[in-house]
Design a binder for this molecule. Sequence first.
Ligand SMILES: Cc1cc2nc3c(=O)[nH]c(=O)nc-3n(C[C@H](O)[C@H](O)[C@H](O)COP(=O)(O)OP(=O)(O)OC[C@H]3O[C@@H](n4cnc5c(N)ncnc54)[C@H](O)[C@@H]3O)c2cc1C
Ligand code: SF4
Ligand code: SF4
Length: 438
Amino acid sequence: MDMSETIVIKQHLIDPEICIRCNTCEATCPVGAVTHDDRNYVVDADKCNHCMACVPPCPTGSIDNWRQMPKVKAYSVAEQLTWDVLPGELPPEALVESVCEPTANASQVDSLTEAVTDPQTSSLVAPANAAAPKHESFSATLPPWSAAHAYTNLYGPKAADKTITATVTGNVRVTEVGKLGNSDYDTHHIVLDFGAMPFPVLEGQSIGIIPPGLDASGKPHHARQYSIASPRNGERPGYNNVSLTIKRVLEDHDGRPVRGVASNFMCDLNVGDMVQVMGPFGTSFLMPNHPRSNIVMICTGTGSAPMRAMTEWRRRLRASGKFEGGKLMLFFGARSKEELPYFGPLTSLPKDFIDINLAFSRAQGQPKRYVQDLMRERAADLAPLLADANTYFYVCGLKAMEDGVIDALSHIAKGAGHAWESVGAAMKREGRLHFETY
Ligand SMILES: Cc1cc2nc3c(=O)[nH]c(=O)nc-3n(C[C@H](O)[C@H](O)[C@H](O)COP(=O)(O)OP(=O)(O)OC[C@H]3O[C@@H](n4cnc5c(N)ncnc54)[C@H](O)[C@@H]3O)c2cc1C
Ligand code: SF4
Ligand code: SF4
């Protein structure tokens, strides 16, 4: 048997149904693995080294797709260029069958599986018979059944208008002034007004911001994506505006000093300044609208933006007396109280309206606590919500939280006597578990 036939890779693919052909990934990829024709943007499996540089800048999330494939059967560039839809995951038995001699067994296949380092997780690419990446297996791609209709890509490369100009009507700091480690932490609440131009949004959607100027290679900057932090009827009700929660990036993911282009541009804006915007984006991370539907929100840092939008919409409905909402539960993690956006307004919300659980991982003189620790502590309250078809879970913030949250949910389901695999699969099918991490 040719050993190359036994290798299973995690193939990086682009979803042609969602991609807006903005060229960001091709411009970002350091090894030239992304290419395109008039029809599609695609990734060359022979070149892609899984560095993940293209994933955060992609305004639609269409680049964040991965499939386990026998290396000899990896989708070629030519084949991907013909796609209208992304193929599904191969069943594990197909992977095993396709790479085995008739006499080989699963453990032989395991030992022959190629180890490819995944820099994002510092783990190895999963072997043929291992589980798919955790959060991807359970993350819904459909919205709750009662979600409102979301408009998307009204402004973008494929639209008649590539961008819409918004005017800054507010910019305030929502974290206390302070320093942690080597850099200041500084998060801003920024309000953008679209005037008379249509820009309908829903809680959970995001927009793309195009910073002015050129990048190091002389090309216009690519768009950066930001979650909308205001409810559907505007930061100021009845006005055509949205708010954003933006953290000033002053160090990269490895703690090296850096000055993030878009986040610093946005945090430095003054009232009256103009910003080029694309979007809106997102069709699944949307809130339920039916009476007595419950929402469980799990977030870190600026992942609080969509949670603020959902909470504020429910708060306005409650104030109007027109809606019988269900429970709201929030698990919110930050390094310290000072670094937690909206700490003051959040803690003044009525206790009978929202059940707030805060976790600080670097609070002075206190043990480290993460959102998943709090979730485990609240297992008795979360277990019935996991099983309740009217409860919707949302996870937003750092990519690193994904596995910890899934582990906590799995622990809670098991503690209540349920198999997480079936609970999680049902939640995905029913549009009840949503991830947006970056
Ligand atoms: C779906 C989605 C929603 C998002 N929502 C928000 C949001 O609501 N609020 C928000 O502040 N950001 C959000 N982001 C992240 C945002 O799009 C930018 O990636 C971020 O602001 C950095 O952009 P920049 O131009 O300032 O940095 P860049 O100039 O693009 O990057 C500078 C360096 O910093 C690193 N870096 C990039 N992002 C971060 C980060 N967040 N922390 C530390 N290092 C980083 C890069 O790897 C690079 O080395 C979201 C991203 C996605 C994909
Ligand atoms: S993961 Fe890295 S190598 Fe692969 S396409 Fe994206 S930027 Fe290029
Ligand atoms: S960055 Fe995302 S939306 Fe833009 S071309 Fe690449 S995959 Fe498509």
